[in-house]
Design a protein around this ligand. Structure first.
Ligand SMILES: [Zn+2]
Ligand SMILES: [Zn+2]
Length: 272
């Protein structure tokens, strides 16, 4: 396979709201240097279970470009509950990690009705618990929503949403984008928005207010065009950002500034 084509550097700094640095098969400093060269100067690395959440918190403590999010992914909830300590023990540790200063979000949590690795009722209990942890910790909530829009919106309304909610890898249509906008929820678009088949997602991005848009890689997954099929890294956020700028007919530098401002509003001020 030919090497991935590096993106043209962005005209201003931006950031990757969602990546899994622990799953990228390269040294973290190399990945960060490559991201910085593309204009992606910060990123949030996301936990999916207890070990990856601990790893994310440690990584964010060690690298000042990196912030962490911690949670049990909806697909991992049944396995987490079956482990030593049970659900209560696991949630107690997520709560403790969420209180750390370099941990800026609780996520990824939510509902995944596409994969059936945990029953819907189990996923919903864990999602409710994560909503409560985010509110108590005063951190953003990063949501994984796969074929579960209605229940995700319903549980947020029932529990009372945290101040900052991010739909990661936003997968809704224009109607869903408008519903999120009304609630003040942030929509983070991933590399799949660049796929030729993704006109519905581009329509959603067109409908989303610029101040409620973030971009992400979900690296190592979902590599944007023109590198689709190759492993993803945070630097590739630049392609997705340029795609959104084109869809919204915004100047790229302007969108970089808007995304950086939204990032600091949602995840708290960056370290100097
Ligand atoms: Zn996800
Ligand atoms: Zn993810």
């Amino acid at each position: 396979m030919s090497p991935a084509r590096p993106p043209e550097p962005l005209p201003a700094a931006a950031f990757d709201s969602h990546c899994h640095l622990d799953m990228i098969d390269r040294p973290v400093p190399d990945v960060l240097a490559e991201a910085r060269a593309a204009g992606i100067t910060r990123m949030i690395t996301i936990g999916c279970d207890l070990p990856s959440s601990r790893w994310a918190a440690d990584c964010a403590a060690a690298h000042e470009d990196v912030y962490a999010a911690v949670a049990i992914h909806p697909n991992e909830t049944a396995a987490a509950a079956a482990g030593p300590g049970g659900a209560d023990g696991v949630l107690a540790e997520i709560r403790a990690l969420a209180a750390l200063p370099q941990v800026r979000a609780v996520g990824e949590t939510g509902l995944d009705y596409y994969r059936d690795r945990a029953e819907a009722s189990v996923q919903q209990d864990w999602f409710r618990a994560h909503i409560e942890i985010a509110k108590t910790a005063g951190k953003a909530l990063v949501i994984h929503d796969r074929e579960a829009h209605a229940d995700v919106l319903r549980l947020l309304a029932e529990e009372g949403a945290p101040e900052h909610v991010v739909f990661h890898c936003f997968s809704g249509d224009e109607v869903m984008a408008k519903r999120c906008a009304e609630a003040g929820y942030v929509m983070s678009f991933a590399g799949n928005v660049t796929f030729a088949s993704a006109q519905l997602l581009r329509d959603a991005a067109a409908a989303a207010p610029a101040e409620l848009i973030l971009v992400e890689t979900d690296a190592p997954f979902l590599t944007p065009v023109p590198n689709r099929g190759r492993p993803n890294v945070p630097a590739m956020t630049a392609y997705t950002l340029r795609c959104i700028a084109e869809v919204k007919q915004l100047d790229v530098a302007e969108l970089c500034a808007a995304i950086t401002a939204t990032g600091e509003r949602v995840f708290g001020p960056w370290r100097a």
